[in-house]
Structure formats: C-alpha cells, structure tokens
Design a protein. Structure first.
Length: 110
C-alpha cells in the first residue's frame, strides 16, 4: 500500500494520531471535509492560511472550535480576544509555545 492510499484510508475513517495528521497536512493539498470544523481550522493554520482557519472556527458554535479560535487569536497576538475564546471553550489559557499548543489541541481532538 502506498503512502497516499494509507493517508486516504486514515482520512476516510477519521482514525489518526498527531503524526499521521501532520503527515496528511504535509502531503495533501486539499483539507478533508470529513474533519471536524476545529480540525479543519488547525489544518488551514498549519498550511499558513490563518484567515481561512479563522473563518471556519469563528462560525462554529462548539467548544472545540472555540478552543482553536482562542489559539488563533493568541497566534495573532490578540490576547484579550484569545482569553474570551478560552473561556467559551472551557479550556485554560495556554502560556507555552504556539507549536506546543497546536499539537496539544490537535492530539486532544484526534
């Protein structure tokens, strides 16, 4: 089985770990639509499209998307807005490196 077939299978069945998710982002240009809105937001953020990531999660109403929304505003440097979204998500404000937070969120959501 080639790596692309493997990636398609894990995308289809939505069973993957952090390493597989990062590999999928690296290898695949189009975001899989079967991912949750929160994971789609993380996908686009990792691809360097902050605006698309923000657009996806700002319109979602779930706590996971609020968590990603908080992360995105923290990444942007808008800490007061980030704090608002951390409260909406029910998650504590993250004080470490952005990459560590991205990985923590992605791992929790996968």
């Amino acid at each position: 089985m080639t790596i692309s077939h493997y990636l398609l299978l894990i995308t289809y069945y939505s069973v993957m770990n952090l390493g597989e998710f990062k590999q999928l982002i690296e290898k695949q240009q189009k975001c899989p639509q079967n991912l949750s809105k929160a994971l789609q937001g993380l996908w686009y953020d990792k691809k360097g499209d902050w605006d698309k990531a923000h657009e996806i999660v700002q319109n979602a109403r779930d706590a996971d998307s609020a968590w990603v929304h908080a992360y995105l505003h923290r990444e942007e440097g808008d800490l007061s807005n980030a704090r608002y979204w951390y409260k909406r998500s029910g998650k504590p404000e993250f004080l470490g490196e952005l990459e560590s937070e991205w990985e923590q969120i992605a791992s929790a959501l996968l």
